[in-house]
Write a protein that binds this ligand. Structure first.
Ligand code: F6P
Length: 417
């Protein structure tokens, strides 16, 4: 497999969390309007969209149990994300169907990260160019046919983007923020992230002991798309020596200096955690493949090997690479994610029954609330470079592959993980 190099996302395509948006967009709505009484919601549909992550089943369980137990609302499960809406694969979910799934990885409904109803691939022209058509209307017909009063969409920025035309067409959609990447704009945390961090941390701990024994540099690539949340958090949790994230472009000379001094004058080994979206200063992200039929056609991957080559060439150290990849998406959610998922699921039902329409459940400063779903649709939240963890890690001597050092008197401004 050859890594292809592409341009990094433009500023307009991604947003730092601090980017200015009208406060009204992120403020909770006042509600309810009279026609949105709890009695008007008799049946909801639920789907999981985008890449899977630990905690999806915990959310499905929380939504369905609350709906069935507290409000006698019927729950319909939509299979394989928005594809099930297009193809009318919709089935009732009973209390029993959602019992015993709290700890199970994946999603009992199936998911899909290649399906956007407003740009659905219906075939290929000669030469392999995909042919797209807008099948939002088909989905809306199916929603009406099944008498679904509200749609619960569990997904990341891509799924919220897919959901936006439904909101605009008058369908009531409530979003729940999912992704291991923790990069959905509007919420300080998404479920699945903490489990991915835990898995990455365990892997980095294991790499630590073998690096020490063999006097090697171990480079570990982790997922995260254009955001460095997983690399940063797992890197700090594992005491990694160097953390490379997309938000802080790395410099080969800084890497040489730092790793060289650890190998010759220091402990004689080093752990480097690299986000898949990490990029050299003035360079471009490394991608593994394109999928033109996917709403997000770029699949990043391969930067770990590239970083290993740089370190090997510049320091002559013995270097090995591990890419954790989809391991981070699999398995049971850790306790913190089960709790987060349960809270998100419960809050989605609570706001729906208060009369919310087109809202995304979020957590902000540890408080659950909701924001306009359209504001988060397709928007990514990157790591602020003044994040508390970066400041703290620099103070402890961790390198971010740049020439910055901790300055005495610097205080972290942003504290959320
Ligand atoms: O968004 C979740 C994520 O796991 C990213 O971290 C990663 O870049 C991407 O999905 C991988 O997607 P796929 O499952 O299509 O390989």
């Amino acid at each position: 497999m050859h890594a292809v190099r592409v341009r990094p996302l433009a500023e307009s395509e991604t947003l730092h969390y601090s980017a200015a948006l009208p406060k009204s967009a992120l403020a909770p709505t006042s509600r309810p309007a009279p026609h949105m009484s709890p009695e008007s919601i008799r049946r909801i549909g639920i789907l999981t969209g985008g890449g899977d992550c630990p905690g999806l089943n915990a959310v499905i369980r929380a939504v369905a149990k609350t709906a069935i137990l507290q409000y006698r609302i019927e729950v319909l499960g939509i299979e394989d994300g928005f594809q099930g809406l297009i193809e009318d694969r919709i089935r009732p979910l009973s209390f029993r169907d959602v019992s015993g799934i709290l700890t199970r990885g994946g999603t009992i409904l199936g998911t899909n990260n290649r399906c956007n109803p407003s740009r659905w691939c219906t075939g290929f022209a000669a030469g392999g160019t995909p042919i797209f058509s807008d099948v939002t209307g088909t989905c809306i017909d199916n929603i009406r046919k099944h008498r679904i009063d509200a749609l619960i969409v569990i997904g990341g920025d891509g799924s919220m983007k897919c959901a936006a035309p439904f909101v605009e067409a008058g369908i009531n959609v409530i979003g729940i923020p999912k992704t291991i990447d923790n990069d959905l704009y509007g919420t300080e945390i998404t479920f699945g992230f903490l489990t991915a961090v835990n898995t990455a941390t365990e892997a980095l701990d294991r790499l630590h002991s073998t690096a020490d024994s063999h006097h090697r540099v171990m480079v570990c690539e982790v997922m995260g798309r254009n955001a460095g949340w997983i690399a940063l958090t797992a890197g700090v949790a594992s005491g990694s020596d160097m953390i490379l994230i997309p938000e802080i472009p790395f410099h080969e000379s800084a890497m040489e200096e730092f790793i060289g001094s650890r190998m010759s004058g220091g402990p004689g080994f080093a752990i480097v955690v690299v986000a898949e979206g990490a990029v050299a200063a003035g360079g471009q992200q490394t991608i593994a493949r394109f999928d033109p039929t996917s709403p997000d056609p770029v699949r990043l991957g391969g930067i770990g090997e590239r970083v290993a080559e740089i370190i090997r060439a510049r320091t002559k150290a013995d270097v090995r690479t591990t890419a954790l990849g989809h391991v981070l998406r699999g398995g049971a959610p850790i306790a913190a994610d089960r709790i987060l998922a349960t809270n998100f699921g419960y809050h989605a039902l609570a706001i729906l029954l208060e009369g919310a329409r087109g809202r995304l459940v979020v957590r902000e400063n540890n408080v659950f609330s909701d924001v306009d779903l359209l504001v988060s649709a397709g928007r990514q939240r990157l790591v602020p470079t003044d994040h508390a963890l970066i400041t703290a890690a620099r103070a402890l001597g961790t390198s971010f592959g740049d020439h910055e050092v901790h300055r005495l008197g610097t205080r972290a401004q942003s504290t959320t993980v």
